[in-house]
Design a protein around this ligand. Structure first.
Ligand code: F6P
Length: 328
C-alpha cells in the first residue's frame, strides 16, 4: 500500500445522523493540513455514479460543525451494489483523479466501501448511524445525540403520563438492534424495554412488570420498544387486552435523526475525520476508523466487516438489578 494520495472524495451515505457534518468538516480541513485536495460527493455512492460532486475548501465547511444532517446529502444506492454501477463510479474517480474515497455512514455504506476496495479503489470508512450497530466499533457518530433526543421526548411524556396516571408505549429507532432502546430505557427508568435481540415473553416482561410497578405504588408506566422488536401500537393493544388500561402510544421516528450534534458526537466525528485523512496521508487505506476502549483504531476493512457486536450484557444486568425488564 504505497499509493501517494493527492486528491480524495468524501461522501455520506445511508441514514443520516447528527455529527456527519462534523466528520465532513474534519476530513476537509485535515486534508488541507496534509496538502491533500478534497472533493465532496453528493448523495452517497450514487453521486459517484452520476458524477454529482462539489469542490470543497476550508471555507466550504465553515458553520456546519453544529448542524445536524449532512451538507453532502445522502442516499441509499441500489445501483452501486452492482458491479456495473461500481464500474461507473470507478470511471468517475478516474475522471476526477480521486486517489481514495472517505465514506461516512452505516453498515450498508461499509459493504459498498468493501466492494469498491476489492475493485482496487482505496477507501476509508467512518462509522455514522444513530443505531450504533456496527460490529467493529464501540461507537458510531450520532448515537449519543439521538439517545438524548429520545430521552428529552420521553421525559416530556412522563410529565403527562404522571398527571393522568397512564401507561406510555414509546417506539424508538434502531432498525434491527436494541442499543438505542436499551441505553434510553436505562436513562428514563422505563418499566420495560423490548429489544429485537431477545424474544419477547409478553406476560413476564410486560404485564408482570406493569403489575409489579402498580403494586409498588406507581400509577404511571413507561414501556420502551425498539422498532425491530415490534410495533408500539400492537404492544399497546396487547397491554389493553391483558390488563384493561389503555396505553398512549408514541412513535418517535425520524425526530431521533435530527438536531445539533452534542459534544460527544462533534468531538468523536472530528477525531475520526482527522485519523481517516492522517492514515491516507501515510499511504494507509482500506480501513475503517473505529473506537475501541475509548481510543481511535484504524481497522483493516476486511477484518472490520467480519467483526460482530452484541447487546452489552452488563446493561442487561443493570436493567434487571434496578427493576427494569429487558424482554427475554
Ligand atoms: O439506520 C438508521 C435508521 O434511522 C434506523 O434506525 C431506521 O430504522 C432507518 O434508518 C430508517 O430509514 P429511513 O430513513 O430510510 O426511513
Amino acid at each position: 500500500m504505497d499509493k501517494k494520495i493527492k486528491r480524495i472524495g468524501v461522501l455520506t451515505s445511508g441514514g443520516d445522523s447528527p455529527g456527519m457534518n462534523a466528520a465532513v468538516r474534519a476530513v476537509v480541513r485535515s486534508a488541507i493540513s496534509f496538502g491533500i485536495e478534497c472533493v465532496g460527493i453528493r448523495r452517497g455512492w450514487q453521486g459517484l455514479i452520476t458524477s454529482d460532486f462539489v469542490a470543497l475548501d476550508g471555507a466550504a465547511v465553515g458553520h456546519v460543525l453544529d448542524r445536524g444532517g449532512t451538507m453532502l446529502y445522502t442516499a441509499r444506492s441500489e445501483e452501486f451494489m452492482t458491479e456495473k454501477g461500481r464500474k461507473k463510479a470507478l470511471a468517475t474517480c478516474k475522471m476526477l483523479g480521486l486517489d481514495a474515497i472517505v465514506a461516512i455512514g452505516g453498515d450498508g455504506t461499509f459493504r459498498g466501501a468493501q466492494a469498491f476496495s476489492r475493485m482496487g479503489m482505496p477507501v476509508v470508512g467512518i462509522p455514522a448511524t444513530i443505531d450504533n450497530d456496527i460490529g467493529c466499533t464501540n461507537y458510531t457518530i450520532g448515537f449519543d445525540t439521538a439517545c438524548n433526543t429520545a430521552i428529552e421526548c420521553i421525559d416530556k411524556l412522563r410529565d403527562t403520563m404522571q398527571s393522568h396516571e397512564r401507561c406510555s408505549v414509546v417506539e424508538v429507532m434502531g432498525r434491527n438492534a436494541g442499543f438505542l432502546a436499551l441505553y434510553v430505557g436505562i436513562s428514563v427508568g422505563a418499566t420495560a424495554v423490548l429489544v429485537p435481540e431477545r424474544e419477547l415473553d409478553f406476560e413476564k416482561d410486560v404485564v408482570e412488570r406493569i403489575r409489579n410497578a402498580r403494586l409498588a405504588g406507581n400509577t404511571h408506566f413507561m414501556v420502551v420498544v425498539a422498532e425491530g422488536a415490534g410495533s408500539a401500537v400492537e404492544i399497546g393493544k396487547q397491554i389493553h387486552e391483558a390488563i384493561g388500561i389503555e396505553p398512549r402510544v408514541t412513535v418517535l421516528g425520524h425526530i431521533q435523526r435530527g438536531g445539533s450534534p452534542n459534544a460527544r458526537d462533534r468531538e468523536t466525528a472530528t477525531r475520526m475525520g482527522y485519523f481517516a485523512v492522517k492514515a491516507l496521508s501515510q499511504g494507509r487505506y482500506d480501513l475503517v476508523i473505529t473506537t475501541r476502549d475509548g481510543g481511535i483504531v484504524a481497522t483493516p476493512i476486511e477484518e472490520a466487516m467480519q467483526m460482530k457486536k452484541s447487546l452489552q450484557m452488563d446493561r442487561y444486568e443493570v436493567l434487571e438489578a434496578v427493576g427494569i425488564s429487558v424482554a427475554h
